[in-house]
Design a protein around this ligand. Structure first.
Ligand code: LMR
Length: 334
């Protein structure tokens, strides 16, 4: 009888069910991501950790795992759904494999003239509606985090659409991005972020598109002779949490974490531009990659060449969604 009681209490301890002991052990949030710490997302995650631990007075411990140390792009989403990690911030371009295509609207080329416009959309009704789509997948969307605008890189000069013909580009898992490169006659290839540097170095792919901060912190500029400043698309993130984990939290803790997330978001989104500007300056300083600036006319030719992507995207994500996005974006400029 006694040994049964001991065995039961050992089992309870192992399961974390023992009363007083579990009251003291902190709730762990594993926050996994794929970029370096010294990036907009990396810094946002660190800020959230700092504030979450402060506001919950240590009742919550946030463990941040940067640079795909825990999971790569696709696996991290599966891990979140299984509850192996609690929090992630994948880019808008990575929700397709989950069965949610709508975030790919952010990938449409030249859809966002600036961050102010983006903010209007993410903070408006469409932003909220998109986050709600995650519920059905056992995921709660908490916030939108910025990175910035994308540039094109390769070992050849990319100036006109013809320069893209036959070039193998690494892409994120978005079909809208796939359509973008197909419109240019390139050969897009989906690949995890953690594999890009090596793929560029060994010639598995010839080029890629990314923000200055991602290019710099992954050292892509060391294996790409040219980077063309196109600002043709945007990379931003949806901060997500396992829904069951989030819903089961004590209400006061959830409130404190919500406050920490709100402040980390404000902090991160005011820093992101600077992170990208600084990365650009470092790349220039390194002299490893030549930076090509397009004239307004050259950029307009690129925009025109990518226009068919809108039609292609309509069949995937729906014209009404694109229209709604454009309408909210337009209201930002008025
Ligand atoms: C990429 O895969 O290129 C980016 O989404 C990585 C990131 O998270 O910024």
């Amino acid at each position: 009888m006694r040994s049964f009681a001991i065995a039961a209490s050992i089992a309870a301890l192992a399961l974390g069910l023992a009363g007083p002991a579990s009251a003291q052990s902190p709730i762990i949030i594993k926050f996994s991501h794929v970029v370096a710490t010294d990036t907009p997302k990396g810094k946002g995650a660190e800020k959230f950790k700092e504030l979450a631990e402060k506001y919950t007075a240590g009742k919550v411990k946030v463990e941040v795992y940067p640079n795909s140390t825990l999971y790569k792009d696709k696996e991290e989403l599966e891990a979140l759904q299984l509850g192996s990690v609690q929090m992630l911030a994948p880019s808008n371009s990575k929700f397709g494999p989950l069965g949610i295509r709508e975030f790919e609207v952010f990938d449409l080329p030249y859809i966002l003239p600036d961050i102010k416009t983006l903010r209007k959309v993410t903070e408006g009704p469409l932003g909220t509606k998109l986050l709600k789509l995650l519920d059905a997948k056992g995921i709660t969307g908490l916030a939108y985090w910025d990175n910035g605008f994308k540039q094109m890189s390769a070992n050849k000069k990319l100036i006109t659409p013809a320069d893209y013909q036959g070039v193998k580009f690494r892409i994120q898992s978005s079909r809208v991005i796939q359509a973008q490169f197909k419109a240019l006659g390139s050969l897009p290839q989906v690949m995890a972020f953690s594999e890009v540097y090596q793929a560029l170095q060994t010639g598995v792919v010839d080029g890629q598109e990314n923000t200055w901060s991602n290019i710099y912190t992954q050292k892509m500029h060391e294996v790409q002779k040219y980077i063309t400043e196109t600002n043709h698309g945007y990379i931003g993130y949806v901060v997500i949490v396992n829904k069951k984990f989030w819903d089961d939290l004590p209400a006061d803790i959830r409130d404190q974490l919500t406050k920490a997330m709100k402040e980390a978001t404000e902090f991160g989104n005011t820093q992101s531009q600077k992170e990208n500007d600084d990365a650009l300056a470092e790349i220039k300083k390194s002299g490893k990659s030549e930076i090509i600036k397009l004239t307004a006319e050259q950029n307009e030719v690129m925009r025109k060449a990518m226009e068919p992507v809108y039609k292609d995207a309509a069949s995937r994500i729906g014209q009404p969604l694109i229209d709604e996005f454009l309408k909210e974006a337009k209201s930002a400029t008025n």
